[in-house]
Design a protein around this ligand. Structure first.
Ligand code: PEP
Length: 252
């Protein structure tokens, strides 16, 4: 089954406005030949409206790095799914490890955000991944199974095709320690199995699962060669035009 192949850049809290504009313009100059691969960027929220407008008809889709699960309210500093939709972003990154571990976001909040994103017409990119101590204790698959099950709690099968999963082992994010292609492939298979148990085989086969964690031009080829890796979510290496483009181009 052919699944969507997605190359996403998470810019986190980096880039001034001019730098963000230069980055996205640089990426769009060199993606004419990437075939069916899809490119997505997640800029800081204050730049979204302008980046969305720059990206129209460029082949780059845009997402927001985080949303609140309420439609509106007294939540100073937060952004609702409706607001993100209003500035025409397509995706919402949900449950990134920095949200879970720095801002203490829970599995239940992740589930509420997935529901709120879908309700607003956004496509969630749901991040899951274990901590180093969980991997060392042999609990990686259990942790990621729990995160996936809770993220999909009460999500109707008709919405599942709108959801993308990103497996991002916390020990590999921003550390330079990439998961081996075999570890990533095993974890992706296990995630697909969880989706299959909850829904069915066809649904599980159709869902794109991205790998994230210290992806670079030097390691993309062997990761992307794995059957269960349908693209990547890139942090550090997505902040430079050349390294992000190299990742997209090297992946075959
Ligand atoms: C990320 O932030 O999602 C990420 C994978 O970061 P990095 O590529 O820098 O490890």
């Amino acid at each position: 089954m052919s699944r969507r192949q997605i190359f996403a850049g998470n810019w986190k809290m980096y880039k001034t406005y001019n730098e963000a504009v230069d980055l996205v313009k640089g990426i769009m100059k060199d993606i004419a030949d990437i075939g069916s691969k899809e490119v997505v960027v997640f800029p800081p929220a204050v730049y979204l409206r302008d980046i969305v407008s720059l990206c129209k008809n460029s082949g780059i889709d845009v997402g927001i790095q985080n949303i609140h699960f309420e439609k509106e309210g007294a939540f100073t500093g937060e952004i609702s799914p409706l607001m993100a939709k209003d500035v025409e972003v397509r995706y919402a990154l949900i449950g990134h490890s920095e949200r879970r571990h720095v801002f203490h976001e829970t599995d239940d909040e992740v589930n509420k955000k997935v529901k709120a994103a879908l309700e607003a017409g956004l496509e969630p990119v749901v991040c899951v991944g274990e901590l180093l101590e969980e991997r060392e204790a042999g609990k990686s698959e259990d942790v990621v199974r729990r995160q996936t099950e809770v993220a999909f709690k009460d999500i109707d099968i008709k919405f599942v095709q709108k959801i993308i999963i990103a497996y991002e082992p916390v020990w590999a994010i921003g550390t330079g320690k990439v998961a081996t292609p075999d570890i990533a492939d095993t974890m992706h298979k296990s995630i697909r199995e969880t989706v299959k148990k909850k829904y069915n085989e066809k649904t599980a086969d159709g869902i794109s699962i991205l790998y994230g964690g210290s992806v670079k031009p030097e390691n993309i080829a062997e990761l992307y060669a794995k059957d269960n890796i349908d693209g990547v979510l890139v942090g550090g290496a997505s902040l430079k035009i050349k390294s992000f483009l190299d990742i997209i181009h090297v992946a075959q």
